[in-house]
Design a protein around this ligand. Structure first.
Ligand code: HQG
Length: 180
């Protein structure tokens, strides 16, 4: 990905997940905003992104963080919001095992309280340990936790998967966690 695209992508993550108000826009209840409105609002603040560049950012983003609506007129972040949006995610059966990458400094609290969602809408889980490690290393010395997803599911916990294949759930109690 081009350096300028990475910069723009980070800015769009901030606007479309957390702070649309910094460029004076509002997301609808499902997290969508009209593409033209978004690009015009960026332009007014000196951030020049054209439609073609936006399409490249959506296509080449390392985690496929954004999606266009079917008609191409709207855009939203696929997950990771801290503002209330309804992504209309349907509960689905998880694989037997999922993984959570975190930092060693969080472990004692996690073993105490379980995995909690904090500011995000869900606890984020990865389908494989390699991805989990990348998530964990963002916070410091990484550690991977195995999540007994099948057991959780059998016990009635719901799982969802975002459009960019991040596994989501509301809370993971300590009894379903193992050090990987
Ligand atoms: C930790 C990135 C103490 C949790 C990634 C994590 C992901 C606790 C941190 C997505 C805890 C929250 C989300 C407890 C959980 N006590 N710490 N009881 N329970 N934690 O960034 O999962 O680049 O909000 O382990 O790829 O790291 O944004 O969550 O370390 O998909 O697209 O609290 O963000 O994607 O950190 O990452 P975060 P996360 P994007």
């Amino acid at each position: 990905m081009k350096t300028s695209d990475v910069k723009h992508s980070k800015f769009l993550s901030k606007v479309l997940r957390h702070k649309p108000e910094i460029i004076g826009i509002q997301l609808d209840q499902n997290g969508w905003v009209n593409v033209k409105e978004l690009l015009d609002a960026c332009q007014k603040r000196g951030i020049l992104i054209d439609r073609k560049t936006l399409e490249r950012i959506v296509d080449t983003n390392d985690k496929r963080r954004f999606s266009f609506s079917e008609d191409g007129q709207k855009i939203r972040a696929n997950q990771g919001h801290s503002i209330p949006v309804d992504l209309n995610l349907e509960p689905i059966t998880p694989p037997d095992r999922l993984y959570h990458g975190t930092a060693t400094r969080f472990l004692s609290s996690i073993y105490n309280k379980g995995l909690v969602k904090g500011k995000r809408h869900h606890v984020h889980l990865s389908g494989d340990p390699v991805t989990a490690r990348k998530v964990g290393i963002r916070h410091g010395s990484p550690v991977i936790l195995l999540v007994l997803a099948k057991e959780m599911h059998l016990d009635g916990y719901s799982f969802y998967r975002s459009a960019n294949r991040v596994w989501l759930t509301d809370f993971v109690p300590v009894r379903y966690l193992r050090r990987w």
